[in-house]
Design a protein around this ligand. Structure first.
Ligand code: SAM
Length: 240
């Protein structure tokens, strides 16, 4: 696991970026983030994973941005968490690096990204479950429906669509946490959230270095009606 030549800014500098966002970084976690950054950039040459390839930008815009979820949401020890549309592992892989107690499931409809994630988690020596497929198909299956303490998503779709993709995975009493940009109109998601058994608990606006961000935390207060999620064509045609 040890690697002498680092891609990320040195440990002290990286700690300082994390601490500007109120997050502590151990040396062990730093080493894992460095392996992550290096593998991300290398793999990105053959498979499109991210437009961000400059090391400090990877640190701030992917790793620390993902880690902010730990700061602004209350995640109980040993929670099970499904990351819907995880792409190159954001936010769940940084969360797992910082909170090894979490049980993470990485779901994406693109198999090339799931292949990358399997190799990445192997390199990082972290446990994860991988699902290649569409959220709206898997959350209908009894082994995945209402089975998770938390579902989360960063940069996948509007809050209304995301609610339909994410809330069915969550146990009653659990949370759906959506990481959004500043322009997201949360009011457009409220109808869907209510229909799907959720209730907005908190909307947190914060700044990540010079950019504005939003985390919307939704509590699941009742079971999702069995007719949801609808199929992908219906979801695309009309938001709830
Ligand atoms: N969450 C990552 C991030 O923040 O960098 C990736 C965001 S990327 C813009 C959206 C990802 O969601 C893509 O990898 C895409 O394949 C996946 N995706 C979109 N719709 C999906 C669905 N219905 N089910 C599963 N994955 C989906």
């Amino acid at each position: 696991m040890r690697k002498e030549k680092k891609m990320l800014p040195d440990f002290e500098q990286s700690c300082s970026y994390f601490s500007q966002c109120g997050i502590e970084l151990s040396y062990e976690a730093y080493e894992k983030f460095d392996i992550y950054a290096q593998f991300l950039v290398e793999y990105n040459e053959k498979v499109n994973l991210t437009a961000i390839t400059e090391p400090t930008q990877i640190l701030c815009k992917h790793f620390i941005d993902s880690a902010c979820l730990l700061k602004y949401a209350d995640i109980k020890p040993d929670s099970s968490l499904i990351d819907v549309g995880t792409g190159a592992g954001f936010p769940s892989v940084p969360l797992k690096i910082l909170r090894p107690d979490l049980k993470i499931t990485l779901l994406d409809s693109l198999n090339k990204r799931i292949d990358f994630l399997k190799q990445l988690c192997d390199k990082l020596e972290i446990d994860a479950e991988f699902i290649h497929g569409r959220a709206e198909d898997f959350s209908k299956m009894p082994e995945y429906r209402e089975m998770y303490d938390i579902s989360c998503a960063r940069a996948v779709a509007s809050l209304s669509t995301l609610s339909e993709l994410c809330i069915p995975f969550v146990k009653v009493g659990g949370q759906f946490i959506s990481m959004k940009g500043p322009t997201e109109d949360v009011s457009r998601g409220t109808n869907a959230i209510e229909i799907l058994g959720g209730k907005i608990e908190e909307i947190t606006d914060y700044s990540l270095f010079d950019e504005q961000r939003k985390i919307v935390t939704i509590r699941k207060i009742s079971q999702t009606p069995i007719k949801y999620p609808r199929n992908s064509a219906q979801i695309k045609k009309k938001e709830l």
